[in-house]
Design a protein around this ligand. Structure first.
Ligand code: HPA
Ligand code: MG
Length: 197
């Protein structure tokens, strides 16, 4: 059960056009910069609640050490932690940066990342974390991208599996823009040009 419960998350197919911008609200200054609302904020939040449930089932009574991969992961991480906290004593949760990780020894660790594609970064991070001999390590990824050589089985809790599009919003940026957008959106050609560095 543990293994097939929606391992790929909510699968968004290649032909999903997203929602027309007119159907939602978003910061007006991005009007021409985004193509569509790809995943509405409310759906993200609902999915996160479910991921929090999986996490709590797996970690049980163990204290959860949360490792958040910044900056793109900060909204996902704070919303996921919030959902977990609603059901678990806050004392059991620790948010940590990436200083000295030697205190991870014997601990149950949850790595939280916004996007996993080839998994190169995540594999390196996992390897690093494992040198500190934690009791267990799990990975939560809000989005897993279908790219050539995508990382299979690396992410334990997947929010959404998406096509190979560049997405922004919900803390995901394009050259530091769009982090203030609530929904996950597809950037437009105009947007790409406008915020190009
Ligand atoms: N959006 C923002 N940042 C990213 C993406 C993306 O689609 N993929 C990798 N980093
Ligand atoms: Mg970025």
């Amino acid at each position: 059960m543990d293994n097939d419960r929606t391992k790929r998350g909510i699968v968004i197919e290649d032909d999903w056009p997203g929602y027309s911008l007119d159907l939602f609200t978003y910061p007006e200054h991005y009007h021409t910069d985004i193509e569509c609302v790809y995943i509405p904020h409310g759906v993200i939040m609902d999915r996160i609640e479910r991921l929090a449930r999986y996490v709590m089932q797996d970690f049980g009574d163990n204290n959860i050490m949360v490792l958040c991969v910044l900056k793109g992961g900060y909204k996902f991480c704070s919303d996921l932690v919030e959902s977990i906290k609603n059901d678990q004593s806050t004392e059991d949760l620790h948010i940590i940066g990436s200083r000295d990780l030697s205190f991870l020894r014997g601990k149950s660790v949850l790595i939280v990342e916004a996007i996993v594609d080839t998994g190169k970064t995540m594999k390196a991070l996992l390897k690093h974390v494992e040198t500190f001999e934690p009791k267990m390590v799990k990975v939560a990824g809000l989005l897993v991208k279908r790219v050539p050589h995508m990382a299979e089985g690396l992410t334990d809790y997947v929010g959404f599996e998406i096509p190979n599009h560049f997405v922004v919003g919900y803390a995901l940026d394009y050259n530091e823009y769009f982090r203030d957008l609530n929904h996950i959106c597809v950037i437009s050609k105009t947007g790409k040009l406008k915020y190009k560095v």
